[in-house]
Design a protein around this ligand. Sequence first.
Ligand SMILES: Cc1ncc(COP(=O)(O)O)c(C=O)c1O
Length: 377
Amino acid sequence: MPPRPKRLDRLPEQYFGALLARVTSAAVLEGEQIVDLGRGNPETGPPQHVVDALAEASNRPTAHGYAPFRGLPELRAAIAHRYATVYGVEVDPDSEVAIVPGTKTAIVELSLVLAERGSMVVLPDPWYPDYPSGPALAGAALETVPLDPLGDWQPDFSRAPSGDVAALYLNYPSNPCAAVVRDGTFDHAIEYAREAGAAVVHDFAYADLVFDGRKPRSFLATPGAKDVGVEMFSMSKSYGMAGWRLGFVLGNAEIVERINLLNDHCRVGIFRPVQEAGIAALTGPQDSVAERAAIYERRRDRVLEVVDAASEGTFYVWFKLPEGGLTSEQLLVEYRLALAPGEGFGPSGAGWARISLAVTDETLEVGLERLRSALSD
Ligand SMILES: Cc1ncc(COP(=O)(O)O)c(C=O)c1O
């Protein structure tokens, strides 16, 4: 066996894999059944017409060959139509849209196609735990821009690094902070990217999951965005298709081309029926998108009766654990309640925890009862 390439050793621990293993090992110990509010794994699937489209397409004898490397043109047109009609953004479906097998893949690949070994990738702190993997594989240095808790979790660019920055990652609505973007944030990001010669990568995974009458806000709607950056759109959250592995990278044509080039070599297309079901989701009735957001908003309200926090979107509540008191590990062991410990969400995550709303109402209620009692003990 040849020695393990160093790039694998550079990878951080897979946070959600480790969390799952920790919860599983706690679950076998004696005690009440664990309530898991740790993972963000949508509990409701897509609407029936999407499942039907998959079944129908996979019953066609022509479904099983290789799909076009760069995806079905109708799927690229369908997401371009959503961008035009819902987010007010024109994208060219041929040159400004790449189809990817879930955006998690693109999170990593974008670092590979943007960063040279030794350059910097700037992540928001707190970050989504899968972000550090891309810079690690690329051999890039990981730097951060703090999200200011007193400034609605917007980036404080006065504390962002300068120098050889390859990419700046941002994510609104934010996982884990559950904040939406404020006026000016994307403009400042574009300005920063221009000055640093960097690209902006905006993760729009929770695009449509916004509460209290808010409207989704795409990075690409900001003047100049396409000159410097791309946005990732996922079918997982808006349409409840997390296990289907379907998403998009949209915007700057050069970056889209680089992603397509990498995927020509290592992915070779996506199963055609999954793409056809994606078309059905994007072009069929859209009621389920708003219904999903309403369900999470209702659950968010329940959580805010128990913890002192805010949540403007996503399906999370991010909150500070009591000073010098309770830890996520204690909640797991003593109260049989799994939350996502803040430590995996970047340097500023220590002492915080993330509650997921992507569970049934019944599970959430039992979890909240345990949390209430832990907070009052
Ligand atoms: C912020 C963020 N980005 C991206 C993803 C990945 O989504 P996908 O299912 O498209 O890979 C997630 C999934 O939880 C997420 O929370």
